[in-house]
Design a protein around this ligand. Sequence first.
Ligand code: ATP
Length: 344
Amino acid sequence: MTAVRVSGVSKAFGTASVLDDVALDVPDGELLAVLGPSGCGKTTLLRLLAGFLAPDAGTIALGGRPVAGDGSWVPPQRRRVGYVAQEGALFPHLDVAANIAFGLPRSQRRARSRVAELLALTDLDPSFLRRYPHELSGGQQQRVALARALAPGPSLVLLDEPFAALDAQLRLDTGNAVARALRATGATAVLVTHDQTEALSLADAVAVMRAGRIAQVGAPADVYAAPVDLGVARFVGAAIVLPAHVTGGRAACALGTLETVWDGPDGDVLVLVRPEQLALGATGVRGRVEDVAFFGHDAVVRLRTIEGDDELSARVRGADVPEVGGEVRIAVRGPVRRYPGTAG
Ligand code: ATP
C-alpha cells in the first residue's frame, strides 16, 4: 500500500515558484527523509501533505484517499496526520502528561495508561509525567512532542526539522529514539531535514530535493553510492571529483587508472571518489600529508598529490593517521562512478 502519493504537484507564492512538478510515493510504514538545502521547498511540501496549504496543480493522496487536487479537498483535522515542528511546540503551562493527553481524543484524555504507554514508546522515564516543558532538555521536549503527535494514532507523521535545535550528540540520540518509536507504531513518516547524516542514518528512503524539485529518491546506501549527478553526490557526502579520460571502462586520472562502475563511451569525464575509498599505504600515487582532522574513531587527512598538485581528503581509521608533512601513497579502493563533464 502507498501511504503517500504526490503526483505532479506545483506550488507558487505570488510569482515565485516553490515546488515544480513534484512526484513522490511513500510506502506504508516507511520513514522517508526529505533532504535539501534551506529554501528548496521541503517545509512547503510537508505543509501540503498536512493540508495547511493547497497545491496549485497536481494531486495528493494519503492511504489511497485523494486529499488535495483534482477537485478533492480534505481539511488537516480529517487527514489522520501528526505534525512535529522544529521546537517550542509544547504547551508551557501544561505538564508532560497533559501535553501528551492533548493529542488524544476528548473521550480518552483521562486515559493515564495510554499516556504512560506513549511516554514509554518515546523512551522517556515515567518520572517525566509531572514535569513541565521548561524542566526538560530540548531532546526530551521533542520526544514528548512526538508522543503527543502519535497519541491519536495517525497514519502519517510529518516531522519538520525536529532535531535542528539540538546539539550533535543529542540530535543523534533523539533521532534514533524517534525513529524507533515511529517504527514501533508502524506509522508512515516524512522527516524534513537539511542534515545529510540525519537523513542517511535514520530513514528507510531519502528524497533529495533541489530548487523545488526531487532530484533523486532511493535507499540511503543507494543514493550515497550511486548519486544521479554530482550535485546530489556532494549534497549527501564528501566528494572528490577529478577529471579523467576513460578508455575501455578504465578512467585515467590524478589517482591512477581506476575501474569505473559502468561502461560508457570512451572520452573525457569526471569521476567521483568518496574519501573513504582512499587507502594510504604502500601502493598508489605519491602524496604529501597537509593536515589531519582527528575525530577519535576516524580522521580526515588532507593530502596533495606530488605529481599533479591535486588536493584530496581521505577518511581513515583513527589508528591509521599518518604524520603531517610526511609522504604517503594513495590508492583507490573499489570502482568509481563517472559523470559527464570536464575539468574547469
Ligand atoms: P528551510 O530548510 O530553510 O526551512 P525549506 O526547504 O523548508 O527551507 P520552504 O520553507 O518550503 O523551504 O520555503 C521555500 C521558499 O518558499 C522560500 O523561498 C520561502 O521564502 C518561500 N515561502 C515559503 N512559505 C511562503 C509563504 N507563505 N509566502 C511566501 N513565500 C513563502
